[in-house]
Write a protein that binds this ligand. Structure first.
Ligand SMILES: [Zn+2]
Length: 139
């Protein structure tokens, strides 16, 4: 099972009236891309704000990781064309083949949505694997 979106909330102050507001953060997968978005609705003054970007600010990222955990991509097989997968790993993550082979069970860390989008790119090259939640106690 994979997820295509994760959400979390943080608190902030309304930029208009200063009242306490809840910011709802969403990280969503759209085909190959990841989009981070935030929305605020101030109950005191009615202000509504929406924003989105490619990366996600630190607060949004921390909130999603706290709510849903940190995930990693673990490949169990490079499939019939290992060089294709290794090339994708190098292009996306910057690991040369020897380094990649040494860390196939933990290629990258991030939100589940991000890791599933990453896994899909390697699966498209023939790899097999899974997104695995990182046990906070195991680090
Ligand atoms: Zn307000």
């Amino acid at each position: 099972m994979s997820v295509t979106r994760e959400t979390a909330t943080t608190s902030a102050r309304c930029s208009e009236c200063g009242a306490d507001v809840i910011v709802r953060h969403t990280v969503a997968r759209r085909v190959d891309d990841i989009r981070w978005s935030a929305s605020v609705h101030c109950l005191a003054c009615g202000l509504r704000q929406e924003s989105d970007d490619d990366v996600g600010d630190l607060e949004a990222r921390a909130a999603v990781l706290a709510a849903h955990g940190e995930w990693t991509v673990a490949l169990t097989s490079l499939g019939p064309r290992p060089i294709w997968v290794l090339r994708a790993i190098r292009d996306i993550l910057g690991f040369w083949p020897a380094a990649a082979r040494a860390r196939l069970d933990r290629l990258a860390h991030g939100t589940r949505v991000e890791m599933e989008a990453l896994l899909a790119k390697f699966v498209a090259e023939g790899a097999r694997g899974a997104c695995v939640r990182v046990d906070p106690g195991a680090r």
